[in-house]
Ligand binder design. Structure first.
Ligand SMILES: [Zn+2]
Length: 386
């Protein structure tokens, strides 16, 4: 996990000469810990705007007309459990932003005026929350070029199913012609053109490879999905709010968004919620592997941060087209090659002096060679593949 951030730090220094001192997997907080940010290294952002517990007396309850102040029970816990499950499966970490204030104090899924109701401390927390979402989004764009933002909620509707929001209303979901013509208005607009599964918009939101159907196959009812393509007229359904509109790809971003509204059955009981968190982690990884990044479940985040005791090695020729020679002193090193998005494309190659690597199958681009010795010391060099 940690070498990954080391590579990123390198890429960031190289590209921007600016780097934030964030450690992957660590939490960072706004003033008074009203909002929390967890630094990640995956092209996934998990946002939990309605699960906070803090009710400081110094922030008056929001009393704007029409404001909703009821929390989405246990969604802060759920967000952390989903992140743990993804970490366990991939060894990598999503970016996470959590509003730790109760919704009666701050609604992090509204624009700032309705969100904070004029309170300066709540506004500070709102600005941190959304500033960190934008920071994570920019970093993902830099590293991966695309990604997925999940706004995690809990609904109190009678029908016990996930409600997945793509900014398509119940009416639109029920009208297939209208739905088919509405892809550009959706929060996964970018995915329609770029998905690696050759799926169209309808397939992406309710086909056999849709997130809804992936969750159905894991035993979690979901709408829209192949099994349950739309809510019937009169059935309550959330189609996506401020965060899904703001951070999805409706407006040209290359990061998509889905509002995931979780029913009470998967939230209220600790054991059931843990099981569901694991299912949702599995579903998200499957969805991203199917539509975004081939081999995503094999994403390999390196675990060491040791950067001392550099191994003395050379790579040549650079640029190179078909083969790369790696010359080093000493033995017992392992080599891994990462592409410019941090994906491990060659790994655990045992290395001899003057070893020749066949790189003819790599697509042209910038790559990083990492050598790791027995003490987990690592050294890296970049090369260009033509
Ligand atoms: Zn909510």
């Amino acid at each position: 996990m940690k070498i990954f951030s080391y590579i990123w730090a390198f890429v960031f220094f190289a590209n921007n000469l600016i780097a934030q001192d964030y450690q992957v997997g660590n939490s960072y907080f706004s003033e008074n810990e009203y909002a929390e940010y967890v630094h990640g290294n995956l092209p996934i952002i998990i946002s939990a705007p309605h699960g906070g517990e803090k009710k400081p007396n110094s922030i008056p309850d929001r009393n704007c007309s029409g404001c909703v102040t009821q929390n989405d029970t246990n969604t802060q816990e759920l967000a952390n459990e989903v992140v743990d499950a993804i970490q366990n499966k991939l060894g990598c970490t999503p970016y996470v932003i959590i509003n730790r204030l109760h919704r009666s104090k701050l609604d992090a899924n509204r624009e700032i005026i309705e969100a904070a109701d004029g309170n300066a401390d709540a506004e500070n927390a709102w600005e941190y929350y959304h500033g960190q979402v934008m920071f994570a989004r920019d970093e993902i764009l830099e590293k991966f070029g695309k990604g997925l933002f999940i706004d995690l909620h809990g609904h109190g509707h009678d029908i016990q199913r996930l409600e997945l929001g793509y900014l398509m209303s119940g009416n639109t979901l029920r009208d297939e012609d209208e739905l088919e013509a509405s892809g550009e208005e959706s929060s996964i607009n970018h995915l329609i053109e770029t998905n690696i599964s050759s799926s169209d918009f309808l397939e992406l939101i309710r086909g056999p490879l849709s997130l809804g159907q992936i969750m159905e196959n894991l035993g979690v009812p979901a709408v829209p999905s192949q099994a349950d393509p739309f809510p019937f007229a009169g059935e309550a359904y959330f189609s996506g709010g401020y965060n899904t509109r703001t951070y999805g790809s409706k407006n040209g971003s290359t990061i998509d968004a889905v509002q995931v509204e979780c029913h009470q059955e998967v939230r209220f009981n600790d054991d059931d919620r843990l099981e569901f968190a694991d299912q949702l982690a599995t579903g998200l990884i499957d969805f991203i592997e199917t539509h975004y990044f081939e081999g995503f479940s094999e994403f390999d985040c390196i675990v060491s941060t040791k950067e001392n005791s550099a191994i003395n090695f050379d790579i040549y020729p650079n640029p190179s087209k078909n083969e790369l020679f790696i010359e080093l002193e000493g033995q017992n090193s392992f080599i891994k090659i990462y592409d410019q998005w941090g994906r491990c494309v060659l790994s655990n190659l045992s290395l001899n002096p003057d070893r020749k690597l066949d790189i003819s199958n790599l697509i042209p681009g910038i790559y990083h060679v990492l050598l790791i010795d027995q003490n987990e010391n690592l050294t890296q060099k970049a090369f260009v593949k033509n």
